[in-house]
Design a protein around this ligand. Structure first.
Ligand SMILES: Nc1nc2c(ncn2[C@@H]2O[C@H](COP(=O)(O)OP(=O)(O)OP(=O)(O)O)[C@@H](O)[C@H]2O)c(=O)[nH]1
Ligand SMILES: [Mg+2]
Length: 380
């Protein structure tokens, strides 16, 4: 091979090497370029999926919302849930006594009476209910648990309806009455007076009524502070002269202030006391008298607060407070959890005292108007 032939081979080989290098560079450059735009497209697509009004920061929040940013929603307690234990103790036991039996004998009916007697309904009330079953149901119907249940329900409703004469609830009554409407709240220690006043003030204030609390419990340490906290929660006015020890003086000045300030409704807290402590019951009578000196129609309502857990004792308390103060109604508290809710029927029948409100918890919203049919459906 001559000199010329050898140099051609070197030229062709060199050119091939340069071309190969250039095409490799072009290949990797193109691959990098197209992959990047593909990724960009993916990002754009995901951004489009988020509504355009949201900013990037909002998206971050959407991806993971910290627990403490969530606002807890108040849950309205169902009455039937609050009265679950009462229903179990009353209807649950009655149903058990029927189950598996095709016919009920005299002994079975005696055990039915026993269940009623041990359900805090009160002896006279039980007697009336038992008589109603005997009169309303014939022999064959008495064997049927549902017929017995209906007869008991009907009679309980009759009892409530003869007592709950006023068709309007307390809020409507306050709205439709002359102002200031004064409510005096009484009861034994720890029944739930101050808590009920707090809830009640929230009910009135939410309905647009100018509401004032009067701190008439000058006895228990921290009672005034407790009422003050409720007034802040419900955002209502409070009359709370820290240095005055005589509850009648607080009631007098409080009602005068309510009148001067054109308050719609004033609620007076009082110290808890036993119905057997006659000197303390006299103190309440005096409070009631001085209130009437400022506002002759007041107090338009004198409510006793009763803890449903006290069962039959609640009847005794209500009877003695009623003798001293001529009560206008009762508030039954702590119905949530207790098995003694049946006491409401006894209160209505044996004392002829309307139940105005019921407490189903410790929160601001845990107060309900007493609706007899809803209540009866919830306990039996
Ligand atoms: N579960 C439950 N607790 C309640 C209810 N009403 C009141 N309580 C609680 O019962 C306790 C006593 O309530 P208070 O309102 O202080 O009772 P009071 O009658 O004012 O007590 P004194 O002023 O000491 O006579 C508190 O722990 C309340 O939270 C209710 O409807 N349900
Ligand atoms: Mg109190």
């Amino acid at each position: 091979m001559n000199q010329l032939d050898t140099s051609w081979i070197w030229v062709i080989g060199g050119a091939a090497l340069v071309l190969g290098t250039i095409s490799t560079i072009i290949y990797y450059f193109a691959r990098y370029y197209f992959k990047t735009s593909e990724q960009d497209n993916e990002v754009v697509k995901s951004l489009k999926e988020i509504p355009p009004t949201q900013t990037v920061d909002e998206r971050k929040v959407l991806q993971k919302e910290p627990e403490n940013l969530k606002t807890p929603q108040p849950i309205k307690k169902e009455l039937k849930d609050a009265l679950f234990n009462t229903k179990q103790g009353l209807w649950g036991r009655i149903k058990d006594s029927f189950s598996g039996k095709s016919e009920l004998n005299k002994d079975d009916f005696e055990s039915l009476e026993e269940i009623l007697y041990t359900s805090d309904l009160g002896p006279q009330t039980v007697q009336r209910l038992v008589e109603a079953i005997s009169e309303d149901l014939d022999k064959s119907e008495k064997k049927d648990a549902d017929k017995v249940r209906q007869a008991l329900k009907n009679e309980m409703l009759n009892i409530f309806q003869s007592i709950q004469k006023e068709k309007q609830n307390l809020l409507e009554k306050v709205k439709n009455s002359h102002h200031p409407f004064v409510i005096m709240v009484v009861g034994v220690n720890g029944a739930g007076k101050t808590t009920t006043i707090g809830k009640l003030s929230n009910l009135f204030a939410s309905a647009g009524l100018k509401t004032m609390l009067i701190a008439g419990d000058t006895f228990r340490a921290a009672a005034r502070e407790q009422l003050d906290i409720w007034s802040q929660r419900a955002d209502v006015e409070i009359f709370n002269p820290g240095n005055v020890q005589d509850p009648s003086a607080v009631a007098f000045d409080g009602c005068s202030s309510a009148k001067a300030k054109n308050v719609d409704v004033a609620i007076i807290d009082t110290a808890g006391r036993l119905h057997t402590q006659s000197n303390l019951m006299d103190e309440l009578k005096k409070m009631k008298r001085v209130i009437a000196k400022v506002l002759p129609e007041a107090p338009q309502e004198t409510l006793i607060v009763l803890d449903a857990n006290s069962g039959q004792n609640a009847l005794v308390q209500a009877k003695m407070f009623n003798e001293a103060l001529e009560l206008t109604g009762a508030v039954l508290t702590k119905l949530d959890g207790t098995a003694k809710g049946g006491v409401a029927v006894g209160l209505a029948y044996e004392l002829e005292l309307p139940i105005r409100l019921i407490g189903v918890g410790e929160g601001l919203d845990d107060l309900r108007n007493f609706e007899s049919s809803e209540f009866v459906d919830s306990i039996i």
